[in-house]
Design a protein around this ligand. Structure first.
Ligand code: NAX
Length: 327
């Protein structure tokens, strides 16, 4: 049997963690390959995390080779092959954006350095904790020995939301849809692009043929879905965020389906005019564990303005964390 793959998860006692760990342990990321979970929490949450570990034990998963927990990233990340950085500082009432960025800066500088020092050579890091793109930028910049392309941020949840909204609109299953793309930041400025999307091989934008729906309904519904879920459930999305985190990592390791692509926030190489180094969402394919940004897509004037607005927000965030000395 193969040696277990070490998967680190931060914020493991949180709500996303509770939906994420059991699926990782049962093979949703790596199939039959055994996994060892390395779970990081802050000290006051370790007791709750012990309870989660008891439940993991009680599942007797055949693919779960072991679980380590702790509050020291230098120990927990030791030898990690995959890292899912979910834990972050939520925005509290009265908190300014600068406070949020600096609170998260403290977390992601420390975790970036720890990954740099103790993770396995093949480490892949996916940031889910918000502000995800900029947290990933901070971790990447603080891990100079890890290649930049091993740092991604999550926009797969936005991608999946866009798939399901479009499927409902056109009355077709999600399996009929290909080439969905989320561009930019995982925030209200993100741009879900239907001009390059196909439904049964036909342009989604042409099939829908309703610019008002696209602008007034589709884009805001996808971008504000997180707020709608908080409003309905009283808690932020957790199971769907865990699912997206799993799908992103599964595809990054195992590859994307032939003929299709997924949305991944990756360090820009300058493609589509996105300034180099910003962690921005692009259409990506993955082969042999390496992603590539899909090239040559047509960007119309409407899309250009939307992408530029979201990228401008990422540039502002980069400027803010640079001024805070975090990168
Ligand atoms: P919870 O507050 O339930 O859990 C977060 C956990 O992280 C807590 O248990 C906390 O103790 C832990 N934590 C805090 N600082 C830590 C540190 N330095 N090291 C390790 N653990 C630490 O939040 P949850 O609902 O699980 O959401 C987690 C993050 O995902 C939030 O930042 C949230 O904004 C973000 N989301 C991102 C999404 C995306 O699509 N990228 C969507 C869902 C979600 O909103």
């Amino acid at each position: 049997t193969a040696a277990p793959v070490k998967i680190a998860v931060t914020g493991a006692a949180g709500q996303i963690g509770y939906s994420l760990l059991f699926r990782i342990a049962s093979g949703a990321v790596l199939g039959d390959t055994p996994v060892e979970l390395r779970l990081l929490e802050i000290t006051p949450a370790l007791k709750a995390l012990e309870g989660v570990v008891m439940e993991l034990d009680d599942c007797a998963f055949r693919t779960l080779a072991g679980v380590e927990i702790g509050d020291d990233p230098k120990k927990v990340f030791e030898g990690a092959n995959l890292a899912m950085l979910v834990g972050a500082m939520p925005r509290k009432a009265g908190m300014e954006r600068g406070d949020l960025l600096s609170a998260n800066g403290a977390i992601f500088t420390q975790q970036g350095r720890a990954l740099n020092d103790v993770a396995a050579d093949d480490i892949k890091v996916l940031v889910t904790g918000n502000p995800a793109n900029t947290n990933a930028l901070i971790a990447m910049t603080n891990a100079p020995d890890i290649p930049n392309e091993r740092f991604n941020a999550l926009t797969r949840l936005d991608h999946n939301r866009a798939l399901s909204q479009l499927a409902a609109k056109v009355g077709r299953p999600v399996t009929a849809i290909q080439h969905m793309t989320i561009w930019g930041n995982h925030s209200a400025t993100q741009y879900p692009d239907l001009f390059n999307t196909l439904v049964d091989g036909q342009s989604a934008a042409e099939l829908v043929n309703d610019q008002e729906w696209l602008e007034q309904t589709f884009i805001p519904t996808v971008a504000k879905r997180g707020a709608a879920i908080i409003e309905a459930r009283g808690l932020s999305s957790a199971a769907s965020a865990a699912n997206a985190t799993i799908e992103h990592m599964r595809d990054w390791v195992g590859g994307t389906p032939e003929g299709d692509w997924v949305s991944m926030a990756v360090p820009s190489d300058g493609s589509y005019g996105v300034p180099e180094g910003l962690i921005s969402s692009f259409p990506c394919t993955v082969t042999d564990g390496k992603y590539e940004i899909v090239q040559g897509l047509e960007i119309n004037e409407f899309s250009r303005a939307k992408i530029d607005a979201s990228v401008a927000e990422l540039e502002d965030e980069r400027k803010a964390v640079t001024e805070l000395g975090l990168i």
